[in-house]
Design a protein around this ligand. Sequence first.
Ligand code: M6R
Length: 616
Amino acid sequence: MCGIVGYVGPGSTLDVLLGGLKRLEYRGYDSAGVSVIDQDAGLQTRKRAGKLSVLVEDLEESPITDAHIGIGHTRWATHGAPTDTNAHPHLGGEHLKLSLIHNGIIENFSELKTELQEAGVKFSSETDSEVAAHLVAREYEKTGDLTAAFRAVVNRLMGAFTLLCIHEDHKDLVLAARRNSPLVIGLGEGENFLGSDVAAFVAHTKRAVSVGQDQLVELRQDAVKVTTFSGEEVTPEEFTVDWDASAASKGGWPSFMAKEIADQPQAVGDTLMGRLASDGSVKLSEFAGLDRLSEVNRITIIACGTAAYAGEVAKYAIEKWAKIPTSVELAHEFRYRDPIIDEQTLVIAISQSGETMDTLMAVRYAKERGAKVLSICNTQGATLARESDATIYTHAGPEVAVASTKAFTAQITAGQLVALSLAWQRGAMDKDHLKELGLELLKLPRMVKQVLESVERMRELGKELKDAKSVLFLGRNVGFPIAMEGALKLKELAYIHAEGFAAGELKHGPIALIEPGQPVIVVVPSPNGEDSLHPKVVSNIQEIKARGAKVIAIAEEGDSAVGKSADEVFFVPQTHPFMAAQLAVLPLQIFALELASAKGLDVDQPRNLAKSVTVE
Ligand code: M6R
């Protein structure tokens, strides 16, 4: 939550900052601000409540002098309403020469604020962040050493923070520090960058360095120094960003979400690339980072939101193919009980951003108890990847819309690769059968494309149902997490009540919600294969139809039975039942997108949300 960008170099600082903030706006969009230091005009700050466009317009109407050093922030409010004064940067010092931005929560801000107020400091905002600005400025006024002052203050702060700070007396120095919040450095030619993630600077450089926990950065035009909070110098590892800057632009689509839905054939294909041979055999070189894999007797999947639904789909595949008992845990619940975790547990953490605080904390908890951690992550340089024993990157490219789409289908794909690979390594299934499954997985990008080319009726249904007060979703087996994901998409985008249920649960309570005209979207399992749950779900459809529901079914091509019961049927190609998950979710994404658009809502930046939830 909150996007942070910093720059020092010969280019236009305002262009770098505002461009970076545009690409980070998905992290929070209730206010935005910048500070730059001009040789003559000194420190200049502008900040405005509202989306970044409000700040940009304000700067166009009444410009500040451009400069060669600056910091910028886009906010998701935690302490204090989204107002001009609560927006970042915050200024500190007797002559307000210091400017600071913050992502995270300073848990001990109340004590620190009291201490400062008792010393006569006047606060202009209700934020926790402003204490840090005053503390650094006061410390600096005592010693004249900005880095030492900054270091002294970060050592006093508790909680989660990425801080960036500049001071008018230092026209070539941006200071940064991070604890439990993300920070990445971009290395340019005669210029350097800081960002909450690489999207902040990928338009300028692909050379990046991720900053470790409790580390402090001194960023200058021609030098970058990283030290621990206690002052020891560290040499962080450099990596090359494989995202293309153009991938983080709408490219002619009406919204990032529409573009990212359309990106899914490629996202799934790129996630498979190099991991599945043409004969269907799977090779995950990432497993090399996991020793004693053969001793694993339990898998715990940890994630939040959409990523947790991807984990649910992975659970079915891992248990069926690799025969390892698997559970899925919401990260924020997991560590607040006493989960059974030991050296024989493999934790699989799934996260698009790799910065979700709940997921990171749960991973740390599991590691302390001896578990091995494999992460499935979409963002290079993310904290989750740094803290995992091995990482499988989903190569979905930057996902900018707050509602996750292509990251979800890529996560499911990665989960299926993990399941196949574990099954292969442990000899849990016949290898020829595993290769057949691998070959089926290879067909997915084409099938995803085929589905996306035939969603017109789903678009119309989204528009037709724009005034619905509630939509219910039903599914069984892997269709259950898909139903939950369909409901989540509708809640977050269209702000209408939506629930996903296991179809088998219907008669245990939810059927009481059915009244004439209630829209219900049912993810119908394939009628083929032994143990198919198809007849049971068709019976459920009949039960809700008998009570007046309007039923829209997502079913497999050739399913003739479902058409006799449902009002509308959207067909997806035949494939393995688990891989049908990536196909069945596509019409649900389109449905939510169209319904929200028909209501005139901002589908990329839904109210109250931020893409990356970096506070608990
Ligand atoms: O970055 P992560 O995958 O860890 O994020 C987890 C959830 O916050 C995220 O999936 C969220 O539920 C999305 N907004 C759903 O569209």
